[in-house]
Design a protein around this ligand. Structure first.
Ligand SMILES: [Cu+2]
Ligand SMILES: [Zn+2]
Length: 167
């Protein structure tokens, strides 16, 4: 083992004990749209922070959810399945009454079609053993329409214009 390999090994060990996990993804356009953007998930200790940046949306409000299957392959995003709902709750608004673990809420795209959302929770983890918290193997979906927070089980959010496989 040479000096570079040794220093890489030492660096990896430092990362392993600092308890920070970072995942970066590009958004795949779906349903014939031009949706672009990125999402970053960072876990520090028990907190997961999502930083979502989306471009080329239609101006206005769009629902964002985590869906249960880690598969963006379908042209309309239907391969991602329904909302991620490990606790078998009703669809709703995050932290108010019943809600799905994937019920992030809405983003508001400006006249240029740009939207950003920063979201933090200790109810998720990145790759832990608790499948009621683990976002790996799921998808992030951006919808054509607004989440109304009450229609079951989807929030009446319309088609799927962006998709990310969280892996
Ligand atoms: Cu959704
Ligand atoms: Zn839901």
């Amino acid at each position: 083992m040479n000096a570079t390999q040794l220093s890489l090994l030492a660096f990896s060990s430092v990362l392993a004990v600092s308890c920070t996990t970072t995942k970066n993804y590009a958004i795949q356009a779906k349903s014939g749209t031009d949706t672009q953007g990125t999402v970053k998930f960072v876990q520090t200790g028990k907190m997961v922070k999502m930083d979502l940046n989306v471009y080329k949306l239609t101006p206005g409000i769009h629902a964002v959810h985590i869906h249960e299957k880690g598969d963006c392959s379908a042209a309309d995003g239907s391969s991602a399945g329904g909302h991620w709902n490990p606790t078998a709750h009703q669809h709703g608004r995050w932290d108010q009454g019943e809600f799905h673990m994937g019920d992030i809420g809405n983003i508001n795209a400006d006249k240029d079609g740009t939207a950003r959302k920063i979201f933090k929770t200790d109810k998720w983890c990145i790759g832990c053993q608790d499948e009621s918290k683990n976002i790996i193997g799921k998808t992030l979906i951006i919808h054509a329409k607004e989440d109304d927070f009450h229609t079951q089980p989807t929030g009446n959010a319309g088609g799927r214009v962006g998709c990310v496989e969280i892996k």
